[in-house]
Write a protein of this length. Structure first.
Length: 276
């Protein structure tokens, strides 16, 4: 998925919510019915009848159920059993005549958060019931300042998506790109954070040299640029430092044929870190 800004549009002309979070209704939104925690509605027989009546009055609406466990909690069901989804199945059968699109929010356990979208919900049978599953979790949960979110999807008749997004404004998200690529960047940053001061300085020099000259740098040039660091036999020491960065996959190594000196080795930044 290409990076870009993603506006989140409403999913229909009419929206019915059953919310156990703080209710909100923006000016101009079309919420036909909103139940909150104070209403005490659950997916028992009485609750299903009440929801069905609202669906009958609003055919073609979007029904949002937030959150799944809150709606079945008082019913005495084992939340980890397949039987936990039976009330939801009963509701879907009851509202089937009214062309309702149902969205179910479910908070999966932390141990399953990084699994594929359908697996994260399948412990309670939700993954098998849903025609489309969207899974959201923090990309880097150990770094609170990192607000990026991994989004994965799976559907019966649609292509799966696995990308990284971030909220930049109310109802506006930006897509940073493919998760595999973003994770590779995170891994590089972790490796880079553990570099010695010498290797960190050499890496910076390789990247700065590329920005200024648009060409790779040789060990001789590194030694000349950092005489206090490498001293005597500077070329060999610089080559060792550059090779260490290459083994850590932080730079690219290029061998070139030189008529006078034979094979010459030069180094340049990784493709994604080279300025266009």
């Amino acid at each position: 998925m290409a990076p870009g800004r993603v506006p989140l549009a409403r999913l229909g002309m009419k929206l019915m919510e059953i919310s156990f979070n703080t209710p909100h209704n923006e000016e101009g939104s079309s919420v036909a019915r909103l139940y909150t925690r104070e209403n005490g509605i659950h997916l028992d027989e009485a609750g299903i009848e009440l929801i069905t009546a609202d669906c009958e009055k609003n055919p073609g609406a979007v029904l949002v159920l937030d959150a799944f466990l809150s709606l079945i909690g008082p019913l005495g069901l084992d939340a980890d059993s397949d039987a936990a989804v039976e009330p939801l199945q009963n509701l879907l059968e009851s509202i089937a005549p009214y062309d309702i699109s149902t969205v179910v929010l479910h908070h999966s356990s932390k141990s399953r958060a990084h699994e594929r979208a359908s697996n994260a919900a399948s412990a309670r049978g939700l993954g098998r019931m849903a025609s489309h599953v969207v899974n959201l979790h923090w990309l880097n949960p150990d770094a609170k300042e990192d607000q990026r979110v991994r989004l994965t999807t799976e559907g019966r008749s649609s292509k799966s998506v696995d990308c990284v997004i971030e909220q930049v404004d109310r109802a506006i998200w930006t897509c940073h790109g493919d998760t595999t690529q973003i994770n590779a960047q995170l891994d590089l940053k972790k490796v880079e954070s553990k570099l010695s001061e010498r290797h960190s300085n050499v890496l910076s020099l390789v990247e700065e040299h590329w920005m200024l000259t648009d060409r790779p740098i040789s060990p001789v040039e590194v030694a000349e640029a950092m005489p206090d660091e490498f001293g005597d036999n500077g070329r060999q020491k610089a080559l060792q430092a550059l090779d260490a960065l290459f083994r850590k996959r932080l730079v690219e190594k290029i061998k070139r044929s030189d008529g006078k000196r034979g094979v010459v080795v030069v180094f340049q930044p990784l493709k994604e870190r080279r300025c266009p």
